[in-house]
Design a protein around this ligand. Structure first.
Ligand code: HEC
Ligand code: HEC
Ligand code: HEC
Length: 124
């Protein structure tokens, strides 16, 4: 009985420590490079404000019918999501997807791609 208790305690400790160990091994995100010379805002600005820009843009489109390219989610994907060597696009849940490279690292969850396509427009 004693040893069973001990086994359980060890199992619980291992279960608690394992996630920590794997967290320590998470490498810094490898962010895929965007197309062109520059983003729609300076890189340090877009890094910190893209969520606000996107949500503002969405509100403009949904409520005011403004459909310009500036801060459009489609345009983000057109520059930032590139096909892999096999011609398919990275899955939104994978670290290879631009939008998930940092989010998976920072444990940010977004629901945008339940509705929005996570691939760029077909270049054809
Ligand atoms: C015309 C192409 C283009 C468009 C459109 C574009 N970007 Fe960028 N973006 C770039 C480039 C080029 C960089 C800087 C180089 C790089 O990728 O590190 C960049 C950088 C970034 C970064 C910082 C990446 C890092 O390494 O820290 C984020 C975040 C980002 N863009 C998000 C967005 C979002 C969100 C949108 C849509 C609102 C968007 N971008 C639209 C080309 C684009
Ligand atoms: C329930 C479905 C749904 C979800 C979830 C959703 N959207 Fe949308 N979004 C839409 C629809 C529908 C439109 C309108 C498309 C149009 O009229 O052009 C839209 C439009 C937009 C637009 C303006 C058009 C464009 O491509 O730029 C942006 C920006 C946008 N959404 C960003 C977001 C972001 C960011 C999130 C996550 C925080 C998100 N959306 C989540 C359905 C959704
Ligand atoms: C350079 C790293 C980086 C990249 C690349 C990036 N994000 Fe983010 N994003 C973040 C961080 C960090 C947060 C959390 C910021 C906070 O909580 O203050 C965030 C938050 C968000 C949020 C708000 C989530 C919430 O619930 O508050 C949205 C929406 C979002 N990102 C959309 C995108 C989209 C769409 C892309 C791809 C076009 C993208 N992000 C690419 C780092 C990044």
């Amino acid at each position: 009985m004693r040893s069973l208790t001990r086994t359980l305690v060890f199992a619980m400790a291992a279960a608690m420590l394992l996630p920590l160990a794997s967290l320590a091994e998470v490498p810094f995100p490898d962010i895929p490079k965007g197309k062109g010379d520059q983003c729609v805002a300076p890189t340090d600005v877009i890094r910190q404000t893209h969520m606000d820009l996107l949500v503002h843009k969405r509100d403009q489109t949904m409520h005011l019918g403004i459909r310009t390219k500036q801060y459009s989610l489609r345009e983000c994907l057109n520059c930032h999501v590139q096909a892999k060597p096999d011609g398919t696009y990275p899955d939104i849940d994978s670290k290879e997807h631009f939008c998930n490279a940092c989010h998976s690292y920072a444990a940010v969850k977004i629901d945008c791609f339940q509705c929005h396509v996570a691939r760029p427009d077909d270049p054809k």
